[in-house]
Design a protein around this ligand. Structure first.
Ligand code: 5GP
Length: 137
């Protein structure tokens, strides 16, 4: 595996570009998607340098899924949603656009999602949602 250390999420992890963070620990980071498919669309990434699900050791994946679970719980309690879509793409052939492993948490019904990475969201709205979600974490 050749990991591209200049991908956008690697830069977010190094704080080289800004993001609306909602949770961080030694192994993982959760932050808002800036082209949300629904209000509250959040991304969870490992700090481990993995491009796809096949590139991460099991113990690192366990930490990542623990954060996914925490964030999903916070989304449900803060946004009052009943359902959350968990989406994860592997490889450009599957539509993956950022080559750092990430899990999409999208608080909406699958049939109501807007286009994948299609349009920039309202930054003020995303910021306000991030504050609300991070308070619950
Ligand atoms: P993928 O297509 O790789 O599964 O998803 C990449 C996601 O990253 C998309 O949902 C897209 O909206 C999001 N994204 C792309 N660039 C940025 C960025 O600079 N900041 C944030 N927070 N999200 C981004």
């Amino acid at each position: 595996m050749s990991y591209d250390n200049d991908n956008i999420f690697a830069k977010i992890l190094r704080d080289e570009i800004p993001s609306f963070k909602v949770y961080e620990d030694d192994y993982t980071l959760a932050f808002m998607d800036i082209m949300p498919q629904a209000d509250g669309h959040t991304l969870v990434i490992p700090k481990f340098q993995a491009e796809t699900l096949l590139d991460i050791p099991a113990d690192e994946l366990t930490h990542t899924m623990t954060t996914v679970q925490k964030v999903m719980s916070a989304l449900k309690s803060t946004l009052g949603v009943e359902g959350v879509v968990l989406l994860q793409l592997n490889g450009t052939a599957a539509g993956q656009t950022v080559p750092h492993l990430h899990f999409h948490l999208i608080p909406e019904h699958l049939t109501k999602l807007s286009g994948h990475g299609a349009a920039m969201g309202d930054m003020e709205k995303i910021k306000a949602l991030a504050e609300k979600i991070s308070e619950a974490l």
